[in-house]
Ligand binder design. Structure first.
Ligand SMILES: Nc1nc2c(ncn2[C@@H]2O[C@H](COP(=O)(O)OP(=O)(O)OP(=O)(O)O)[C@@H](O)[C@H]2O)c(=O)[nH]1
Ligand SMILES: [Mg+2]
Length: 288
């Protein structure tokens, strides 16, 4: 077992269950996701004295901007917040910054350790639709007049978020972009029961950040399905990445699919280990 599996096993043996709410913060490069996350976490930790938050940035550039930005802010924070915020930057699994099975495993481990997990990803294409398989709520961050609405319409990703955040509202073009976005959504998502919320924020001035922090804290109270329910999808992704079509065929035809295999194995890590053996056996390769 690797270290991560050892930690999960230790937590499970103490009866700890992964119960965090997971929120996805996605959006175009430079729209202010990391700055916003820094502000939001600061407000949330101040409001809720016992709250703990884990942040994962799955982002090719986060080591340049987001990571150092949050790191700097974390160092400057008052000691009351010390130990309640954890930041982890993760190289993306794909060139486009999409999520992979290892992002899932990092989030799952964090879900054992924190009350709230925030996942920052760059949303540039269809691969980003993966975030909805990981997060209970997805927020898409846009900057004024980026033309992002059109880009997201084309990529089909406009259907993914539960809410939009128009950041950089301190900029003069913000109002025009807000109306543009409202109109695009009306056209692009005609089947929504209620209009999808658009929050207006400025990570620079702090405008609108308190309101958005309240909305996010509300998710902690609401029912969230829990990270375990997301295992079958990411187990399937792992099999596909590691073993391709042969692996998927074995998983579906011989083992009854991800959910069944996971429940018979008892944990994600054990399912991975025994899948390896099972596939080699099915292929007639003697195990060492
Ligand atoms: N005017 C203004 N600038 C902002 C705001 N939020 C972020 N910025 C600036 O925008 C730039 C990008 O901010 P980041 O927070 O790194 O954006 P990001 O979306 O995390 O960027 P990547 O992770 O590289 O995709 C930085 O120069 C920020 O200072 C805002 O609300 N208003
Ligand atoms: Mg960032």
């Amino acid at each position: 077992m690797d270290e991560r599996a050892t930690v999960v096993a230790a937590l499970e043996s103490r009866g700890v269950a992964p119960d965090a709410a997971v929120l996805g913060i996605t959006g175009t490069p430079g729209s202010g996701k990391s700055s916003l996350v820094a502000r939001l976490t600061s407000v949330m930790l101040a409001r809720e004295p016992s709250l703990t938050i884990g942040v994962v940035a799955v982002d090719p550039s986060s080591h340049l901007s987001g990571g150092s930005l949050l790191g700097d802010r974390t160092r400057l924070r008052p000691s009351a917040e010390a130990g309640r915020l954890f930041f982890r930057s993760q190289a993306s699994a794909t060139e486009l910054g999409g999520l992979g099975p290892s992002s899932f495993q990092v989030c799952r481990l964090m879900a054992y350790l924190f009350d709230l997990v925030l996942v920052e990803t760059v949303g540039v294409g269809q691969s980003e639709a993966d975030i909805r398989h990981l997060a209970d709520q997805v927020y898409l961050v846009l900057a004024p007049l980026g033309g992002d609405e059109v880009q997201f319409l084309k990529a089909g990703i406009i259907e993914v978020p539960h809410a939009f955040v128009l950041n950089k509202c301190d900029e003069p073009a913000a109002m025009q972009s807000y109306h543009h976005l409202q109109n695009s959504l009306w056209l692009a998502r005609p089947f929504d029961d209620a209009p999808v919320p658009i929050y207006r924020t400025s990570a620079k001035t702090g405008q609108g950040v308190d309101d958005l922090a309240d909305v996010m804290l509300g998710t902690l109270q609401a029912d969230h399905p829990g990270i375990s329910g997301r295992e079958p999808y990411f187990f399937g992704r792992w099999v596909k990445d590691e073993w391709g079509r042969v692996g998927m065929g074995h998983l579906d035809a011989d083992l009854g699919g991800s959910a069944r295999w996971l429940s018979s194995a008892g944990s994600f890590e054990r399912a991975q280990q025994s899948f390896h053996t099972s596939l080699l056996t099915a292929l007639g390769v003697p195990s060492r």
